[in-house]
Design a protein around this ligand. Structure first.
Ligand code: CMX
Length: 474
């Protein structure tokens, strides 16, 4: 089968986590330079046994350790603050924001290889980091770029599945439909049907995830060109890296847009495991649904307006205010009035707030810095900058919003709009293509580590009342 790669020999690891008694040390050790394998599969294969050992030991020695308690608030409040799953790629600190395998955004920008020196990190570099925990070399990233290009062919029936939908269907509906059709090629499904052993699950999962990552840009670009550009499709360019190719297939070849696309995908790749798309993927993957089924579940969660669709909503909201006032040069007072109007009509201010963060999202800041460098005078950028001053005090005054600060969706759309990708109903597809970079690696590790079926306990309202009464009477 395609996923058997006997040609790759195991070489010696530079270190063994098991040599170090304390867990903090082993976590730190994971973020080392890569071993020098240019092939991601070989690199991963070396890492898996030591991580399996690590999880086994954690379960055996520390399985009884309590990580917190479950409260009624948690059950009724969307499980906020409940530590409930394992996610290797990234973690989100409420004050500091995301770290990818322990690295902050500026650290990633500094350490991860770019297309040209001093440029933005390549998405392939982020994929390598998320999957292995190691910072790749440029040669490794180039090799991964090449591997993804070699896997990128999309079967015609995926495009036909999209064509069966009305062109007016939302871009996310068309995208998820195309990705769903790709499932026909699942290596995991085939392997499971032919009786693959548990210990080998990760191998066809790896194949599926890599194929999926390689193929979704062409599906996503097809949706864009079909929906907004009269079906005038652009083929992939074999000389380009992942982000540049996606931008090229969409129809945007400005070198600054290519850089922005690379940065955008890298920044949107992963945001720990509790957000709706990642959590959906983790859940749906847990009964051994293959990576295609899993990724589509994530996309459907991402398409909700309180999650990934917020990037569409932000630009829509901004367009409404511009239309109402008649110019993008809007005064602070006019902006305040529009924010109040939105809130008074019972709607949220898109692009503000977060389930975990309690400070400005560093991904927002990173994209803002890119905008300051490349489009400082763009009227919509200036408007978004003004919003950053106007919205937080108003949300704070409501007295209930836990995080009044901007999140990643607050400024991503104005950058795409500036480069000519003006169709905001497409923005969540861009987010979806990126999220695959975080979801795929975790799914591979879930299978490699033998993570079980997810099955938390639920309670009825009567039971919740009974448990509450019992706890407070004693
Ligand atoms: N505008 C208006 N009200 C807001 C708000 C906002 N931006 N953010 C939070 N609130 C409200 C909530 O609706 C809630 O009101 P009720 O008690 O009346 O239901 C209250 O403040 C408390 O909410 P919270 O604990 O601060 O926030 P949650 O963890 O429940 O929700 C989020 C987080 C992101 C859904 C919310 O902040 C929101 O709706 N933001 C706008 C949509 C958005 O930008 N989503 C993208 C998030 C990033 C991403 O996933 O891509």
């Amino acid at each position: 089968m395609a996923f058997f790669r006997s040609v790759y020999a195991l070489s010696k690891l530079p270190f063994r986590v098991g040599q170090h008694s304390n867990i903090a040390n082993s976590i730190r050790l994971l973020q080392t330079e890569s071993s020098g394998n240019n092939d991601l599969y070989s690199e991963l294969k070396e890492l898996i046994p030591e991580q399996q050992e690590r999880v086994k030991k954690l379960k055996k020695d520390y399985g009884h350790v309590e990580l917190g308690k479950t409260t009624v608030d948690m059950v009724l409040g969307g499980m906020r603050g409940m530590t409930a799953s394992l996610w290797l790629g990234s973690s989100v600190d409420p004050e500091e924001g995301v770290r990818f395998r322990g690295m902050s955004i500026p650290e990633c920008q500094k350490a991860l290889p770019a297309a040209a020196p001093g440029g933005e990190p390549l998405p392939e570099a982020m994929l390598w980091l998320l999957l292995t925990g190691k910072t790749p070399s440029k040669a490794q990233v180039d090799s991964l770029s090449q591997e993804l290009r070699s896997r990128a062919a999309v079967p015609d029936y995926a495009f036909k599945a999209i064509d069966a939908l009305p062109v007016e269907a939302h871009a996310m509906t068309q995208f998820a439909t195309g990705v769903m059709a790709l499932q026909v090629q699942s290596e995991f499904q085939k392997a499971y049907e032919s009786g693959i052993a548990k210990s080998k699950y990760w191998e066809p999962t790896y194949e599926d995830c890599m194929n999926l990552i390689a193929r979704v840009p062409a599906v996503a670009a097809y949706v864009y060109r079909r929906k907004y550009k009269d079906g005038n499709f652009i083929p992939m360019d074999d000389s380009l890296d992942y982000g540049a190719n996606y931008s090229h297939m969409l129809g945007f070849d400005d070198p600054k847009m290519l850089e922005f696309m690379r940065l955008y995908i890298t920044m949107h790749s992963d945001h720990e495991g509790g957000n709706v798309s990642a959590h959906a993927a983790h859940l749906v993957g847990s009964p051994l649904s293959d990576p295609y089924l899993t990724f589509v579940a994530a996309l459907n969660g991402l398409a909700g307006p309180l999650h990934g669709l917020a990037n569409q909503e932000v630009l829509r909201w901004i367009r409404h205010v511009v239309q109402e006032v008649g110019t993008p040069h809007i005064s602070t007072e006019q902006l305040k009035d529009y924010v109040h109007k939105t809130l008074n009509s019972g709607q949220v201010i898109p692009g503000y707030g977060h389930g975990v963060l309690r400070k400005t999202d560093p991904r927002y800041t990173c994209l803002r810095e890119f905008a300051l460098k490349h489009l400082p005078d763009d009227p919509l950028f200036l408007l978004v900058s003004k919003l950053k001053e106007v919205v937080p005090p108003i949300l704070t005054q409501l007295g209930k919003v836990k995080n009044p600060w901007p999140n990643v969706d607050a400024d991503s759309g104005i950058l795409f709009n500036y480069f000519g990708l003006t169709e905001e109903s497409y923005y969540t597809v861009l987010f979806g293509v990126s999220r695959n970079f975080g979801i795929g690696p975790q799914l591979i590790w879930d299978r490699a580590l033998g993570m079980p079926l997810e099955r938390p306990k639920s309670v009825t309202l009567e039971k919740l009342q009974e448990l509450s009464a019992k706890a407070t009477s004693s």
